[in-house]
Design a protein around this ligand. Structure first.
Ligand SMILES: Cc1ncc(COP(=O)(O)O)c(C=O)c1O
Length: 380
């Protein structure tokens, strides 16, 4: 671990701001306490063991999307470990039952196949249902679990065939970067359409996608909807956001390596969309950059691009008040969710390192990725 300032930080590097994280976690605490619900961290969006001790103070545990995330949650976070996978392979439930106390199935068939193993290990059983409610504000059908022919969750038409005596938790996940209208809409939709099943379980999990810490998220509306739901059904309510807990808590710091020209100015960076911000290409979206505007807004416009061989490894066109030069810092905002968890070493590019900006302003590197990180993934 090395102490440094943001200006001397080697790039590329993700920097998490702990003061902002604590502020976001405060929102989660407020919802938990005022609504009387549980909140889990979805580690698929954000898995940084260095700050799990802080997060543990505010949250009830973690939810994993697979065996290794569940292991991380059990080892590094503690508290409750939940896990959901669209399909469990033979042997996984036996192992998961040792580390997760809450195991969610995607279908009645998987639950029939493996539920008894989980029950025998005293795990609570969840069944994911596709509630037919769409509100994803990001990426259209690509991020809508209720899109046509979605593989996520048991369909309503089959719910009467389910052995509900096995089910402890009714699970839905349909939101994505949704504001309170989505969260409230989902809660009301589930109450309206699934009451006979809710009366047979001890908890409901309303999934992730609640974009809690966006300034335009009406937290009080969410609290009121959960309270109304709990008054009607008297069962435990669980939320499992990822993005909503860490939105706007950190940046990806990059450097200009070289400048190029081809019908326009191009700045080649040591960070790339392909390797460090894959969602820029996948969603797609355009990250905000400190001190930069849209193309043409300021005097000097550049295409910001990565160094990989992929022609489309382009972050976007941005303008700056002064010309860029090699060594200049480019700071991409709001890079904490689904960014560092998805990085790769394509073309032999180093992973972006990870750093914390502590509440006293101290900057601390918590990784030192080098050749070993690249080499390890390529086998013996
Ligand atoms: C089942 C489930 N729960 C929780 C989440 C977390 O969602 P978000 O990071 O949008 O809050 C996801 C995201 O895909 C999910 O699939």
């Amino acid at each position: 671990m090395r102490a440094m300032t943001l200006d001397t930080l080697p790039t590329p590097c993700f920097v998490l701001d702990l003061a902002r994280l604590r502020q976001n976690l405060g929102t989660a605490r407020r919802v938990r306490e005022a609504a009387g619900c549980k909140i889990l961290l979805a580690t698929k969006a954000f898995a940084l063991p260095a700050v799990f001790p802080l997060m543990r103070e505010y949250l009830d545990g973690t939810t994993a999307s697979g065996e290794q995330e569940a292991q991380l949650g059990a080892e590094a976070f503690g508290k409750e470990v939940h896990v959901y996978s669209p399909a469990y392979a033979p042997g996984e439930i036996e192992r998961l039952s040792q580390i997760a106390q809450h195991i969610y199935f995607n279908s009645a068939a998987q639950m029939a196949q493996y539920g008894a193993i989980a029950k025998a290990a005293d795990a609570q059983i969840g069944l994911r249902v596709n509630p037919g409610y769409s509100n994803a504000t990001l990426g259209g059908a690509l991020y809508d679990p209720c899109a046509p022919m979605s593989r996520f969750g048991e369909v309503p038409a089959k719910l009467d065939e389910v052995d509900w005596s096995l089910v402890d938790i009714f699970h839905v996940h349909t939101l994505c970067e949704s504001r309170a209208d989505g969260s409230v809409g989902l809660i009301e939709h589930v109450a309206e359409h699934f009451a006979p099943y809710l009366q047979q379980v001890r908890a409901v999990n309303f999934g992730g996608g609640h974009f809690l810490n966006k300034p335009d998220f009406d937290v009080d509306a969410l609290i009121a909807a959960i309270k109304a739901f709990r008054e009607r059904f008297d069962i435990e309510v669980i939320l499992e956001p990822g993005s909503g807990l860490v939105v706007d808590t950190g940046e990806l710091h990059a450097s200009v390596i070289d400048l190029h020209w081809n019908d326009g100015d191009i700045a080649l960076l040591d960070a790339s969309a392909s390797t460090h911000m894959p969602d820029v290409l996948e969603v797609p979206y355009r990250p905000d950059v400190n001190g930069a505007g849209d193309a043409g807004e300021f005097a000097h416009t550049y295409r910001l691009a990565g160094r990989t061989c992929m022609t489309g490894d382009i972050i976007g066109d941005y303008s700056f008040a002064s010309p860029l030069k090699p060594g200049d810092r480019i700071v991409f905002r709001d890079q904490m969710h689904y960014s560092f968890v998805k990085t790769n070493t394509f073309n032999g590019n180093p992973l972006a390192n990870l750093a914390l900006r502590h509440e006293d302003g101290r900057v601390e590197m918590i990784s030192d990725f080098g050749y070993e990180a690249f080499r390890e993934r390529l086998g013996r």
